[in-house]
Design a protein around this ligand. Structure first.
Ligand code: HEM
Length: 446
């Protein structure tokens, strides 16, 4: 088939700069100008096919998934996560995913709900103690998401290391993404000292994880049902051997990174959205009161919080924390629309732009939780909402994330009248969409 695909133009320096510095605005602009399929020209580096066409997305992630692997975007991330679940491939990935799945099943989440709520309540108490003061919400949300993930998945606490850990994680994720978005960074990282800083932070993260593993080896896994014990007691079905230490480390760091930045950023951006919607805050509060009748939040309550869940879904739609994913085809591919691409084409699936596409979402830039009143999009529009990805590589932690996000939004708004002081924040489109300035709030206890 004769295919004409628009491109971002010959000036790849301009393209790379726009993609690196004003990523989100650029993605929306390109989508407006070029539609749901276009070529991002990266000059000397392989370019990308940006794909926001939902049928093509389905081909890549679901129907023809065996022909695709994760694209070079994940190479930088793999410097931190090695062969952990996000960056692993093939039969080894499948084996590891099978091992990890039980830790994310509904029954397990029911079990860990109380542990999670301990952290949520502790965070709310700390915020209450600062009534009337300015609170940096993005930092609170990060610490809370971090504490929850560490407690629930590793059965431990970070103690004094929370801030250092999340700063190291943020620096690492930004560095990893820049290696992909910026054609020169591979070279300039050595001159600017960025590589040295990245290596140092990465080493810090690795040492912290090693400490958890060492401590667990010393205390043993008896009575533990967390992900660390599942990985540590798992035996390879072919060799009968336990998981090698390096693989254990890769899986745990993956869970740390995947499990806290995403949820924290969703909460951070979500707060800015709530600023303009006091009526949404009031509706959440009313729902929580009606469902719980003043009792502490339970897992059953969470399931009944329909409106609060709609609010969280709208937060995940409008400010997609994982703003893009990417794949490369292992062999030539022909899409149902007749378009063909040679092997080793890089496909970028810009989740952020898809979830803001006016063809899929009326008034895409408006924060309207009611759009989820009938549930998530279905049928041909299914992938118009894909904050957790799609297909077999869909986020393993999505139910955990939803449980956590709904519980935090509900807990915060039932206890406090929240005044959102910041009206905007700068961002870094790292692997996740990180705020780089404060999102300030002030609370009044109710
Ligand atoms: C708002 C919260 C979250 C968002 C938006 C999110 C988003 C995503 C996305 C888009 C993917 C797919 C990546 C791809 O296809 O290339 C993914 C994969 C993954 N996520 Fe999440 N995630 C969230 C929370 C979590 C949590 C809480 C955990 C763990 C505790 C987690 C662990 C993972 C892992 C391990 C994978 C790789 C799965 C695989 O390939 O088998 N995520 N996530």
């Amino acid at each position: 088939m004769n295919q004409t695909i628009q491109t971002t133009g010959w000036n790849f320096l301009k393209t790379a700069n726009a993609l690196t510095s004003v990523t989100l605005e650029t993605l929306l602009d390109w989508q407006r100008r070029f539609g749901e399929l276009y070529t991002i020209n990266m000059g000397p580096l392989p370019g990308f096919q940006a794909v926001a066409d939902l049928e093509m997305v389905d081909t890549i992630l679901v129907k023809e998934r065996a022909r695709f692997k994760k694209a070079a975007m994940y190479d930088g991330l793999a410097l931190m996560t090695g062969r952990g679940l996000v960056t692993n491939e093939g039969a080894h990935w499948k084996k590891q995913r099978r091992l990890a799945n039980p830790a994310f099943r509904r029954e397990y989440l029911d079990d860990v709900f109380a542990l999670m709520m301990e952290e949520v309540d502790a965070s709310m108490d700390a915020i209450a103690a600062r009534e009337g003061e300015v609170v940096h919400w993005e930092a609170e949300a990060t610490a809370l998401a971090m504490n929850v993930v560490v407690k629930v998945l590793i059965g431990s606490t970070l103690e004094g290391d929370t801030e250092r850990f999340s700063a190291a994680a943020q620096l690492g994720l930004a560095h990893a993404m820049r290696l992909w978005k910026d054609p020169f960074f591979k070279y300039t990282q050595h001159l600017s000292g960025a590589k040295r800083r990245f290596d140092a932070e990465n080493a810090f993260l690795g040492e912290l994880i090693d400490r958890f593993i060492r401590e667990r080896k010393a205390t043993g896994n008896a009575g533990k049902r967390d992900i660390l014990s599942m990985f540590m007691t798992a035996v390879d079905e072919d060799t009968g051997e336990p998981m090698p230490d390096q693989q254990l480390r890769d899986e745990i760091i993956t869970m740390f990174l995947g499990g806290h930045e995403t949820s924290a950023h969703t909460l951070a951006w979500g707060m800015l959205r709530l600023r303009d919607h006091p009526e949404v805050m009031a509706k959440v509060r009313a729902e929580v009161e009606a469902v719980t009748e003043g009792a502490p939040l339970s897992r059953e309550h969470l399931r009944a919080l329909n409106y609060t869940t709609m609010v969280v879904n709208e937060m995940l739609r409008i400010d997609a924390a994982v703003w893009t994913i990417a794949r490369t085809n292992l062999e030539p591919v022909r899409f149902p629309n007749g378009l063909e691409f040679p092997a080793n084409t890089q496909f970028m699936i810009p989740i952020y732009a898809i979830q803001r596409n006016p063809k899929y979402w009326p008034r895409p830039d408006a924060f309207e939780p009611e759009r989820f009143a009938d549930g998530l999009p279905k049928g041909a529009l299914k992938h118009s909402f894909m904050p957790f990805g799609a297909g077999e590589r869909i986020c393993i932690g999505r139910n955990f994330a939803m449980m956590q996000l709904v519980a935090i939004v509900a807990s915060l708004l039932r206890r406090f009248d929240v005044e959102v002081l910041s009206s905007s924040a700068s961002y870094e489109a790292a692997i996740t969409l990180a705020p780089t300035s404060h999102i300030d709030i002030r609370v009044r206890c109710l």
